[in-house]
Design a binder for this molecule. Structure first.
Ligand code: ADP
Length: 270
């Protein structure tokens, strides 16, 4: 399969680097509503890309497509060299079977708005469960790594707590550790602080800044926290009505965007 880049693919900062994610002409509809409209973009390995834009512009849909919680109606999505949506059979690209999807999907971790921890499992077990059952990691190794990750998110002393015994901010930090435990190449962050009390937001963003600055993980982030976006992003994509209408490095996008639409959006939320 050729990996030639068609000129219309929006380069989100992979110049000179290796492409990790690629959307090719992706369309997603819900009923009669076209939520993503022939979307093309790519993200380079190790890059941090923030998606901004008004509510309903399709940002979360992009993350959900990558998590295979949704399927595109048209187009293809590639992750780490393999199509998520298609597989090669008999020299042809055909819709991917479940087994193929599961393999490609192992590259991707996601943190949701609503933490989604397993309520009946202690914190450490929340983190070790998937590495053991999905990756086949030994329990000892998973626990050792789980403890390291809990240290990283500042919760090394809460291994034996249940999620409900933690604050929302602490639960979200566990969810970040849980996603990292799968050693994903890509981390998707969907408005991860929007369900938190304001005083808990900074702790979660600090952890994510650490992850962004101290790992080589590729991040795709939907957020309204523009200072955070400015700190961690290599590239910011502005969405409107299912399309990327403008993109650029954060210094440019937040200070001097080209489009009035971007300027209006930013002035409404900043
Ligand atoms: P954003 O993240 O930019 O706010 P979304 O990707 O969540 O936007 O949603 C884009 C549009 O798709 C919205 O109009 C939303 O109502 C609609 N939508 C999202 N998910 C579904 C669904 N499962 N069924 C029907 N409509 C949906």
């Amino acid at each position: 399969m050729s990996t030639d880049q068609s000129p219309k693919i929006l380069d989100t900062g992979a110049n000179g680097g290796e492409e990790l994610i690629r959307f090719e002409n992706v369309t997603k509809r819900f009923g009669k509503a076209t939520v993503l409209d022939g979307l093309d973009f790519q993200v380079g390995r190790g890059k941090h890309v923030t998606l901004i834009g008004p509510s309903g512009s399709g940002k979360t849909t992009i993350l959900r497509l990558l998590m295979t919680l949704l399927k595109p109606d048209e187009g293809r999505i590639k992750v780490n060299g393999d199509y998520l949506t298609h597989e090669e059979r008999g020299g042809k690209l055909v819709p991917a079977r479940e087994k193929h999807v599961r393999e490609v999907r192992k590259n991707i971790g996601m943190v949701f708005q609503q933490f989604n921890l397993f309520p009946n499992m202690k914190v450490l077990r929340n983190i070790t469960e998937a590495p053991v059952t999905v990756l086949g990691m030994s329990k000892d190794e998973a626990e050792q790594r789980g403890k390291e990750l809990l240290d990283l998110v500042g919760l090394g002393d809460r291994c034996d707590a249940y999620p409900t015994q933690l604050s929302g901010g602490q639960q979200q930090r566990v969810a970040i550790a849980r996603a990292l435990a799968m050693r994903p190449q890509v981390l998707l962050l969907d408005e991860v602080t929007s369900a938190l009390d304001p005083e808990l937001v900074a702790g979660v963003l600090d952890v994510l800044r650490d992850v962004a600055h101290s790992t080589d993980i590729t991040m795709l982030c939907v957020t309204h926290e523009m200072n955070f976006a400015r700190d961690i992003s290599d590239q910011v994509l502005m969405f409107d009505e299912g399309k990327v209408i403008e993109s650029g490095p954060p210094e440019k996008m937040f200070s001097d965007p080209d489009l009035d639409r971007t300027r209006e959006f930013l002035s409404a939320i900043l």
